[in-house]
Design a binder for this molecule. Structure first.
Ligand SMILES: Cc1cc2nc3c(=O)[nH]c(=O)nc-3n(C[C@H](O)[C@H](O)[C@H](O)COP(=O)(O)O)c2cc1C
Length: 344
């Protein structure tokens, strides 16, 4: 049976000739089709190492990062490829088209991407309807955000709305306050804003837990562009509010690592190899500052198995990938899972 991981090196030059967003849409369509007709193979057949985290059992420590499957259209296919968890979204209360195209750029010399997608998504209801019918062993996280036209003063209502709608289908909910592509969103990472937002979400979490008889963990996804004092302040808030977990990190607005590149001045978040080291530093800092029961999920520039192992060594309990998949293809899933198994 054909193996997608083996095919990717042949497909990649063709895909890289297409506009980056078109290539992405095409790849996900091909993958979904391959899954439907039973052609998708797990990228790793060795020993799996399940992880218990957030009160959930993950078949393995590797997840798909948010943004790759914004609409929850392919969770079964991602699960078949071998991911232990899939984070869908970011989803907003109402559907929205996102920013004008082009809005996704490759920087192959740096194994990096710049994106300013702007939360293009079909709205939380549409994704939740899909997730109701899902059949996958992978844990499914629902990443939530605010609509672009919701002012920051009212942002909490968007998050509360999405939390309520996602509750019946989500295994965990990720609160995205770190995307650089929604105006003012990252201001919600301010200490006071964070305390208010988390306070409201924790109250709603308790209410929904008693209403549904099931508790859904809430994790917060943060940016890599935080000063040390800011990280300390946020860790204090996360400990105080007993957040269930922290995802570190989102894309960076820094262009330090890609200085002089033709696309350096494209607005948006930079991801891939240029964020590997910084994201690991942020993971390490949060691991040291957070209470031991609050796990860190590590993401940012995992381009090979060893990068994942380093994030786990820095204190991450789970890891996620996005840009590495674009450059290495599904073979990266096997590489990461094999490296994790070996590193034990
Ligand atoms: C095209 C693209 C779209 C993304 N969209 C989202 C998103 O909607 N929500 C989110 O929390 N993160 C989003 N991300 C950030 C990734 O989830 C991840 O945190 C970041 O890219 C760093 O990981 P990587 O270097 O493995 O890509 C996006 C990243 C890319 C490249």
């Amino acid at each position: 049976m054909p193996d997608l991981a083996a095919f990717y090196p042949i497909l990649k030059p063709w895909l890289f000739r297409l506009d980056a967003e078109k290539a992405h849409t095409l790849t996900v369509k091909m993958m979904t089709l391959a899954h439907k007709i039973g052609l998708l193979q797990p990228a790793y057949r060795g020993e799996q190492k399940p992880v218990t985290c957030l009160g959930l059992r993950f078949p393995n420590a590797l997840g798909l990062a948010a943004g790759m499957d914004k609409s929850a259209s392919a969770v079964e296919a991602w699960g078949s490829l071998g991911f232990g968890f899939v984070e869908v979204g970011t989803l907003t209360p109402r559907p929205q088209p996102g920013n004008p195209k082009p809005r996704l750029f490759r920087l192959p010399e740096h194994r990096a991407l710049i994106n300013r997608m702007g939360f293009n998504n079909p709205g939380i209801h549409s994704a939740v309807d899909r997730l109701k019918k899902r059949s996958t062993k992978a844990v499914v996280g629902v990443n939530i955000g605010k609509n672009f036209d919701t002012p920051n003063e009212a942002a909490v209502n968007d998050y509360l709305y999405c939390l309520k709608v996602a509750w019946p289908v989500a295994d965990y909910v990720a609160v995205n306050i770190s995307s650089p592509n929604t105006k003012g969103l990252r201001d919600l990472q301010g200490e006071e804003s964070m305390r208010q937002l988390l306070g409201a979400l924790k109250t709603e979490q308790s209410k929904l837990t008693s209403e549904h008889g099931k508790r859904i963990p809430i994790v917060v996804k943060i940016a890599p562009d935080l000063e040390e004092l800011h990280i300390q302040a946020l860790a204090r808030v996360f400990n105080e509010m007993a957040v269930d977990g922290v995802i570190a990190t989102n894309t960076t607005i820094s262009r330090e690592a890609v200085k002089g590149h033709l696309l350096e001045n494209e607005a948006g978040g930079l991801s891939g190899a240029p964020v590997t080291a910084r994201s690991t530093e942020v993971i390490r800092a949060f691991r040291e500052l957070l209470a031991p029961q609050i796990p860190v999920i590590g993401v940012g520039g995992i381009m090979c198995g060893q990068d994942a192992v380093e994030k786990l060594r820095a204190g991450a309990s789970l890891v996620q990938i996005y840009s590495g998949l674009v450059y290495a293809g599904p073979g990266l899933i096997g590489d990461v899972l094999a490296s994790i198994a070996k590193s034990a």
